[in-house]
Design a binder for this molecule. Sequence first.
Ligand code: HAM
Length: 419
Amino acid sequence: MPRTEPIRAVRGVRDILPRDRSLWRAAERAAAEVATRFGYQEIVTPIIERVELIERVGEDTDAIAKELYRFEDRGGRQLALRPEATAGIVRAYFEGGLNQGPQPARLYLFGPMFRYDRPQKGRYRQFYQFDIEAIGSASPALDAEVIEIARGWLNESGIPELKLELNSIGDGVCRPAYLDRLRDYYRPLEEKLHPDCQRRLETNPLRLLDCKVPQCQPFKAGAPRITDHLCEPCSQAWTQVRRLVESAGIEYVHNPYLVRGLDYYTRTVFEFYPAGASGQQDALASGGRYDGLAETEGWPSTPGVGFAGGFDRVVEVMAASGVEVVAAPAAEVAVLADAGLDHEAANIARICRAVRSVAVDYEAKSLAAKMRSAAKLGARWVVLLSADEAARRTARLRDMASGEQVEVAWDELPERLSR
Ligand code: HAM
């Protein structure tokens, strides 16, 4: 038989091992707590969606054009692994009749997203988002609300120092005229831009503003700023969002080049970075308003605003900033029985589980080796069982910290372990 290599994980995806889960769980718990405190309810949507739903959201978007995991299922349907959650949540809002309930629908979601991006630290092909959406209201107060939720979540996850960047990118009324100005400004410079930006000049000129390639940087400063060219309603909303964010005590910087990578945004866009991060660093949470998205999906025009935070990145920053979470022991009680007593050991474990987490060591190894494993599990007690004791329906209960050991009847174990 030819020797084969062991089968390893797919490139760009990774396992989250039990030793790392406690930090993740802390970030998830903070997310659910903050969302609940603001009146948001959990929603779960499928990981697979029709490819049209995703593509309509932005064909000029990298996350969609180049990075989409798409496939045909056995019935010949064109499907995609969701690269983000907003498109699916808006679909579910209508399909599930949430548009008939109190508005806005305030929703949150946890789950994996998929993008065929170049893998690197903080950038994975399967990554996990905390997504917040308020659908069915155009009030700028909700833009400020979701920003406050993002900040609350990051703070409660143990990341106190943050940088918030904020911008408005107008709407269908004022943006087209602004894009013409932007093209007029960039056209004479076309030859000096890198090839992707030359292409974007005609297809998606807004993206010229967040290009990170050095050769395109010198031209940004002279480019017209969209916040100087907003229509009256967008301009009022922009003023109000900033006022509300300020009155929530949240510091921000106006970044006129912040345009975001997805095509569905209107008006407010924002990104949170760890404080001290340069502009090149990846955002921890980002979002904005998307008043045209529902209509793009074929539903009645409905405004919405939200953000998504990346758990992978947040947990990396938590670990780097020394956030420590006391990990619960794998089992509080370990049951170690002599050979041939598996059945009795399982019975004892069942009795003890009424009050504690319990793991039985069924391996054929020495008592000393079993004691070492129990210590590694973090067990506070071990229950030792010999054939004689089993016959009397007793066992030895040992306190791992003090080394104290007493013989206890099986039925008395729960009471002893509750002390
Ligand atoms: P996004 O900026 O594409 O927005 O992603 C949101 C967050 O997901 C990012 O700030 C980052 O923390 C995380 N993230 C994105 N790509 C990766 C990756 N490859 N690896 C690890 N983390 C990643 C959205 O997805 C919008 N749906 C947000 C939104 C909700 N806008 C309105 N509502």
